[in-house]
Ligand binder design. Structure first.
Ligand code: ADP
Ligand code: MG
Length: 242
């Protein structure tokens, strides 16, 4: 088997002394997987996602990204390798769509021409025209803003994409369309996607592997079919049958 693209070993994280947001969590993410992370509110999903690119520090344990200890990664290099998408797009309101997409390219000092070429490629993939590229985020719909967020995360041709409830704020039809697009994109790009969601249907239809979390721990991490056939305990069984 290939080496995991991200390996988390025995990681514990507390924001406050008395309570652990994550408790001795271990997780091996296979290269090219689409991992979905699901569990009740406050169970540690966002914390788990954010420690994968060093946005959140850990108290103990070890994280390896693409074979290298997270601690020894150059942070800018790491951010180019790992794209990040959040719920409301997290776009810069004072930058145009094309400037938003190019943002990571500019901090990494890619030549202007190469940067423009990449923005145009992504615009094509995501279906943006010239007018939309020159618009500001507030002039776009919620679904379009989310697309810009995805395009921005893909701009530096990352190996890994992290998404924190990217479709949570969208209406059903827009959400279904974007789910479909993201699944196709994953199949085409062959990179690793890791997505936090609170939607069971989304977790089980998009994920090649689903991590079920509860109270700072991973209860089960397996392909969706395995979880449905063999939930490891009563808690998981009930959770997936809500
Ligand atoms: P989820 O994404 O599953 O809702 P989080 O990872 O955001 O869960 O939070 C896990 C736990 O850590 C929760 O109890 C939450 O209140 C707490 N927490 C998260 N972020 C912070 C923070 N910045 N400061 C203090 N507590 C936090
Ligand atoms: Mg969260």
């Amino acid at each position: 088997m290939n080496n995991p693209v991200i390996e988390i070993v025995n990681v514990t994280k507390s924001y406050e002394p008395e309570s652990k947001a994550l408790n001795a969590v271990s997780l091996e993410i296979p290269q090219g997987a689409f991992v979905t992370i699901i569990g009740p509110s406050g169970c540690g999903k966002t914390t788990l996602l954010r420690l994968m690119n060093g946005m959140t520090g850990i108290d103990s344990g070890k994280i390896t990204v693409m074979g290298k200890d997270l601690e020894s990664w150059d942070k800018i290099q790491l951010r180019r390798k790992i794209g990040y998408v959040i719920q409301q797009g997290g776009l810069f309101p004072h930058l145009t769509v094309s400037q938003n997409i190019a943002f990571v390219l500019n901090i990494s000092a890619v030549e202007k021409q190469a940067s423009e070429k990449r923005v145009n490629e992504l615009a094509k993939i995501m279906g943006f025209d010239e007018r939309q590229l020159n618009a500001f985020p507030s002039e776009l719909s919620g679904g379009q803003q989310q697309r810009v967020g995805v395009a921005r995360a893909l701009a530096s041709q990352p190996e890994i994409i992290l998404m924190d409830e990217p479709f949570g704020a969208l209406d059903n039809i827009t959400r279904r369309n974007l789910q479909h697009e993201i699944k196709e994109m994953h199949q085409k790009l062959k990179i690793t996607f890791i997505m936090v969601t609170h939607d069971l249907h989304e977790a089980f239809t998009l994920g090649t592997h689903v991590a079920i979390m509860n109270k700072g721990e991973i209860e089960q991490f397996e392909p969706p079919g395995n979880i449905q056939q063999k939930p490891v305990n009563m808690w998981v069984k009930e959770f997936i049958n809500i």
